[in-house]
Write a protein that binds this ligand. Structure first.
Ligand code: BGP
Length: 471
């Protein structure tokens, strides 16, 4: 432990959710389809209905927030509840649902932090190429403008996108997400760039609208360490991987353009899959304009990676079952992930490395000094919780969260402006490639009955949020 262990005044202690992972009602109340609906039905492994039935039970979840001192909630709006096909006709039932939800947040003294896009593009947009098709950028901007105006009296904090890189990586490199393709680094980078342009357009629209709130973006970032810090090849490998997962996004967000070395690596990477990037002068103009307008950025952090040079065949498998040791990440010409001795992993092979969060926050401060404010918008531990004698003892999760908060505090003491921490997740919910055995919640959800039960971590988090002291 370090320093005073006290969080700054006004620090938000929040929980996080995402529409598709909690709401259920995927085919109800006028909602349009998303690519995940089709993908999950084809897979036949699990369904996102009713997930945590948040559509019907948000009051109950907000009551729990209030009771346990959780004063902020990340919520995302499902684009297809507002515009069922992504554009055009508005679904009034969906619009009203979010009015009710945001008003309920206020009634329970929970500040909503609202994301416009959390992996749930409309099916029709997906079929048309999603963000690889620039028409989708226009549609996204129209959707964003609609939400800013409609919810201007209820929402103060906005995020445009959640985890652009995860979206691109899982779809175009890992191939584990809907309409997945494998090893198309060029498409992944193009998709990231186009989504950053869409972000810029939404930020500019928000500021032009003269709204009083704040706007930013959420990125999932992990420091890429060379497996052997003395190996030139490993340093290069880590740097290439860093461009895909971090640097492209951070440059676009805060510099408003790509630094020369970032761009050089982007071109090298695109060429590995035989592609060329389409980055236009007008895109850079938009990114530059938005770079000064962002009010904040959300950092999702779960793990770090140790990267070794790799020139073998592409070989990527993700662990979607919780069987330890079943994942592999090796990308030809980029690098492969290796485990450092002495470190622990979750059952899903995610390396637990809380120091990485400190390194990451300090890196943002030093490399992008024009950032204004950061939130840890997701951090938490996927765990196979057990419910025994009415108790859910999730000590490993408490330990995980405590350590990450400790390193966050060290970064705050090192001068990084972090103003909130949102546990992923508020309640157990649907996990994209794992369904329901990968639980993250502070509150246990019995998916048969939809009953909620506080876990040991919820009581621990309550003490933290009420005192602001990390014990
Ligand atoms: C983040 C996403 C969340 C959430 C979390 C855990 O990348 O923003 O939506 O799912 O990761 O991931 P998973 O459910 O795959 O374990």
């Amino acid at each position: 432990m370090y320093g005073q262990h006290v969080f700054p005044q006004g620090f938000v202690f929040g929980g996080a959710t995402a529409a598709y992972q909690v709401e259920g009602a995927t085919h109800a109340y006028g909602k349009g389809l998303v690519a995940w609906d089709e993908h999950l039905a084809q897979q036949g492994r699990f369904s996102a209905d009713p997930a945590s039935d948040f559509y019907n039970r948000y009051e109950e979840d907000l009551e729990l927030c209030e009771r346990f001192g959780i004063n902020g909630l990340r919520i995302s709006i499902a684009w297809t509840r507002i515009f069922p096909t992504g554009i055009g006709e508005v679904n009034k039932e969906g619009v009203e649902f979010y009015h009710r939800l945001f008003q309920a947040c206020r009634a329970h003294h929970v500040e909503p932090y609202v994301t416009l896009h959390h992996f749930d593009s409309p099916l029709e947009m997906y079929r048309a190429g999603d963000f690889l098709n620039r028409d989708v950028i226009d549609a996204f901007e129209a959707y964003a403008r609609f939400c800013f105006e409609e919810y201007k009296d209820e929402v103060t904090y906005w995020f445009t996108f959640n985890e652009i890189a995860t979206n691109a990586l899982c779809r175009f490199i890992e191939g584990s997400w809907p309409m997945g393709e494998k090893y198309r680094i060029d498409k992944a980078l193009q998709c990231e760039h186009n989504m950053m342009v869409a972000h810029a357009r939404a930020v500019i629209a928000y500021k032009q609208g003269g709204y009083a709130g704040e706007i930013g973006i959420v990125h999932c970032l992990h420091i890429k360490y060379p497996y052997d810090p003395n190996s030139r090849e490993d340093i290069i490998a880590a740097s290439r991987d860093d461009v895909i997962k971090n640097r492209l996004l951070l440059d676009a967000t805060f510099r408003g353009s790509y630094a020369a070395d970032t761009r050089e690596i982007m071109d090298y990477l695109a060429d590995l899959s035989g592609g060329k990037l389409d980055i236009r002068a007008e895109d850079i103009e938009l990114l530059t304009k938005a770079a000064d307008l962002n009010d904040c950025m959300g950092v999702n952090y779960y793990r770090s990676q140790f990267v070794r040079a790799y020139d073998g065949e592409n070989d990527i498998h993700s662990n979607s079952t919780g069987d330890k040791g079943s994942s592999r990440y090796a990308l030809k010409g980029v690098g492969e992930y290796r485990m450092r001795e002495g470190l622990k992993t979750t059952d899903w092979d995610w390396i637990i490395y809380p120091e990485g969060l400190y390194d990451l926050l300090m890196h943002i401060k030093l490399a992008y000094p024009n950032y204004k404010k950061l939130y840890i918008t997701e951090n938490g531990m996927g765990y196979k919780d057990t419910f025994e004698n009415g108790i859910i003892d999730d000590e490993p999760r408490i330990d995980y969260i405590r350590q990450h908060l400790d390193w966050t505090l060290r970064a705050v003491e090192g001068g990084v402006n972090v103003m909130g921490y949102f546990v992923w997740s508020l309640q157990d919910q649907f996990s994209w490639t794992n369904g329901y055995n990968k639980r993250y919640g502070l509150f246990y959800v019995d998916f048969e009955t939809q009953e909620r039960y506080p876990k040991a971590s919820a009581y621990w988090f309550e003490q933290l949020s009420r005192t602001g002291h990390l014990l």
